[in-house]
Design a protein around this ligand. Structure first.
Ligand SMILES: [Zn+2]
Length: 375
């Protein structure tokens, strides 16, 4: 790393990034036994709140965490009385296959979801296979107690169902019930996932590890949901640190999860974006979680070398992801950029933002050389 330049967090000189994710997408609808809409009601159900947001903010990106073969029911009795469950006649899960999304019964739902993805506002990532585990008090902790082989098998089964459903998905994972085990982590790495959401920080003091992506030695990017839609002050605080505002919610309001999308959610997100726009104008990067993860990986790994004597700056991207809009700024408070010329290749897209910063498109597996004269 050159001592005079540093890489800004976000592409094209953006000051802040914003992303949304919604948990527990599967075709359960209000007509099912529990009367809860997990997107089975499509545009006439809870999803209309997301539609309202994407029609107002066309650049908004939302990652949907999908369960390909959900058998999870709302646990009852809940809380500390969970040990009574075996005595209760009510089944604790649905029969296997009840909501397997590649089933003929869900054809219309699949077509509808595919259309959502084609709009460019939504992407799908994985949220387990069954989202259920009978053996633990946290019945959503699907992977608790699973061996590495079993974790791998379930990831493969989940991916296969999505492929059979003809639904494009990104290689991102969020373990159901926030239960990440050593075995599951190994399986996720082995299967080449690019991002993982293993914990959240919605209430505690914000910290660097919760507002910036984190890259581990295996090139897996850890992302942390850090804001509810009603926390405007928190969102602005994250923005003041040039962080990623990562708003998290659920599709359905269940007994255990009161954090779900609603009119208040829509109002909250609108207010956050409007306040950010006032403060940062157009310098907000609306990105999906997979875009954030790929960007962060390519940006973090981009290698800069500045040769002070002849003024050449070499930037190398060895990853297979584009770092388009990579933004570099001068560290020193005295020096300013006098001129900047791309030498090889001579035709790249670049732009001086001011006399301290510039950005340029650094494609995957590429090397770019500039002539950088300082005043
Ligand atoms: Zn869940």
């Amino acid at each position: 790393m050159t001592p005079i330049l540093f890489k800004e967090n976000w592409p094209y000189g953006n000051q802040v990034a914003l992303s949304l994710d919604i948990d527990d997408i599967y075709p359960g609808s209000s007509l099912d036994e529990e009367g809860l809409d997990f997107s089975g009601d499509m545009d006439s159900g809870n999803f209309r709140y997301l539609n309202e947001l994407t029609s107002k903010f066309s650049e908004l990106k939302i990652t949907l965490f999908l369960i390909p073969n959900c058998i999870h029911r709302e646990p009852w009795p809940g809380g500390k009385f969970y040990f009574l469950r075996p005595l209760i006649k009510k089944p604790q899960s649905y029969p296997l296959g009840t909501f397997k999304i590649d089933d003929e019964r869900f054809k219309i739902w699949r077509e509808w979801l595919k259309e959502k993805i084609s709009s460019g506002n939504f992407e799908i990532a994985l949220h387990g296979l069954y989202h259920h585990n009978d053996s633990y008090s946290n019945t959503a902790g699907e992977f608790l107690g699973c061996s590495f082989e079993e974790c791998q098998k379930r990831l493969e089964a989940a991916e296969r169902i999505l492929e059979n459903s003809n639904l494009p998905f990104v290689k991102g994972f969020k373990p159901p019930g926030w239960c990440l085990t050593k075995e599951l982590l190994e399986a996720i790495k082995k299967k080449g996932y690019i991002f993982l959401i293993a914990s959240s920080n919605m209430e505690n003091k914000i910290s660097p590890s919760s507002i910036y992506p984190k890259l581990d030695s295996n090139s897996l990017v850890f992302l942390t949901p850090n804001c509810y839609a009603h926390q405007l002050k928190r969102a602005l605080e994250i923005a003041s640190h040039n962080g990623l505002i990562f708003i998290h919610s659920h599709i359905a309001k269940t007994m255990n999860n009161l954090n779900s999308i609603s009119l208040e959610f829509v109002r909250g997100v609108k207010e956050i974006i409007e306040k950010l726009t006032k403060k940062f104008w157009k310098n907000i990067w609306f990105a999906s979680l997979s875009q954030v993860a790929k960007w962060w990986l390519a940006k973090e790994k981009a290698n800069l070398e500045f040769n002070q004597s002849d003024g050449t700056l070499q930037v190398i991207n060895e990853t297979s992801y584009n770092a388009f809009g990579l933004t570099l700024s001068l560290k020193d408070s005295i020096e300013k950029i006098d001129s900047l010329n791309p030498v090889s290749p001579p035709t790249i897209n670049y732009k001086l933002i001011n006399d301290k910063s510039f950005f340029f498109d650094l494609p995957a597996k590429s090397k770019i050389t500039f002539e950088l004269k300082l005043k």
